[in-house]
Write a protein that binds this ligand. Structure first.
Ligand SMILES: O=C(O)CCC(=O)C(=O)O
Ligand SMILES: [Fe+2]
Length: 325
């Protein structure tokens, strides 16, 4: 059973993205993840308070306010790495934090999500390892050095194809984005250029050697930049070449989203050093991963390998491209 219609598919083909309203269940898909993150934040607050890094644990506050207060004392880029569902792209150590919890794993395997994904890419579905949680406090409260981090601040214009390695240029990777809070123009919803998936991969420039902030220079962006406000339960499906960004959070509360990706099994993922998993296979159901602990273990193994060896590059763009000057 799926709630996708022919017209959703038509919109996706024409615009390069489509929003399916109310696809996810709050009770079954999202609430368990909110609970899991609330417990995680409680553990982190207790630890940092004990270490003298937090003035208090902020335990009486709701999740968003608690996180915002914590990010006021512990650097936001450090806090978000404890919550993210990926490793960073550089400086990976044995103890680099991340979050691979069972509620997130269940969300990645949600039958409501996978039924819809199957409509786009077919029944042999790999969970691509390019995946993030983004929890953005009001941007005015962020320290300057966190403004380039798109996990906590706005995201610059890009195509997801430009974020992975060129080996995945012909992979049919589907980006799936959904909010856990309202996503509005005020608090930093996505913005897209409808139809931009029909073009080529645009030039992406790097801001500085240190930063990872890829962006498409303004002159390559189309004129129809369209905000995409969404509510919890809604899911945005996007083509790899659709140009998109997100607005700054100018509200007083957090803006929380997940972005995950799926692709047909066997296509290159664009991040060969990170582990994907078979989320659904009608041909070989025995290859599906059903065990959250095993998922976490795979990432832990990759982390220790990458910590011991030189981190491979995830970048396909040259720092000194004269067109970026
Ligand atoms: O949520 C954001 O700020 C950006 C998300 C994004 O770029 C993506 O989902 O591909
Ligand atoms: Fe993106």
């Amino acid at each position: 059973m799926t709630t996708l219609t022919r017209s959703h598919m038509d919109v996706f083909q024409e615009q390069g993205y489509v929003v399916v309203k109310g696809l996810l269940s709050w009770e079954l898909d999202l609430a368990p993840v909110v609970d899991e993150y609330s417990r995680l934040l409680g553990r982190l607050a207790a630890k940092w308070h004990k270490e003298g890094r937090l003035s208090q644990t902020f335990s009486g506050l709701p999740f968003g306010q608690r996180l915002t207060r914590i990010m006021g004392e512990v650097p936001p880029s450090e806090v978000i790495q404890h919550l993210d569902i990926s490793l960073p792209q550089s400086n990976i150590a044995e103890d680099t934090p991340f979050h691979f919890g069972p509620a997130v794993f269940n969300l990645l395997r949600s039958p409501r999500l996978l039924d819809a994904v199957e409509e786009f890419i077919g029944p042999e579905i790999l969970s691509n390892p390019i995946q993030h949680v983004r929890i953005k406090p009001p941007e005015r409260l962020l320290p300057k050095d966190a403004l380039g981090n798109s996990l906590v601040a706005k995201t610059s214009w890009h195509q997801d194809l430009g974020v992975g390695l060129a080996e995945a240029d012909r992979s049919n990777i589907l980006t799936v984005w959904f909010p856990l809070t309202e996503a509005t123009v005020e608090n930093g919803c996505l913005v897209t250029v409808p139809g931009s998936h029909e073009g080529e991969l645009a030039l992406h420039c790097l801001r500085s050697p240190k930063q990872n902030g890829l962006h498409i220079p303004d002159q390559y962006l189309g004129p129809n930049q369209t905000p995409v406000p969404m509510s919890p339960g809604d899911v945005y499906f996007m083509h790899t070449k659709t140009m998109h960004s997100s607005l700054p959070n100018n509200s007083d509360t957090i803006r929380w989203s997940f972005d995950i990706r799926y692709q047909p099994i066997g296509h290159p993922t664009g991040r060969p050093f990170f582990p994907g998993f078979v989320a659904r296979s009608r041909a070989r159901p025995e290859t599906e991963l059903h065990d959250a602990a095993e998922w976490r273990l795979r990432w832990e193994e990759v982390r220790s390998n990458l910590a011991r060896n030189e981190t491979p590059t995830f970048r396909r763009w040259r720092l000194d491209d004269p067109r970026c000057a």
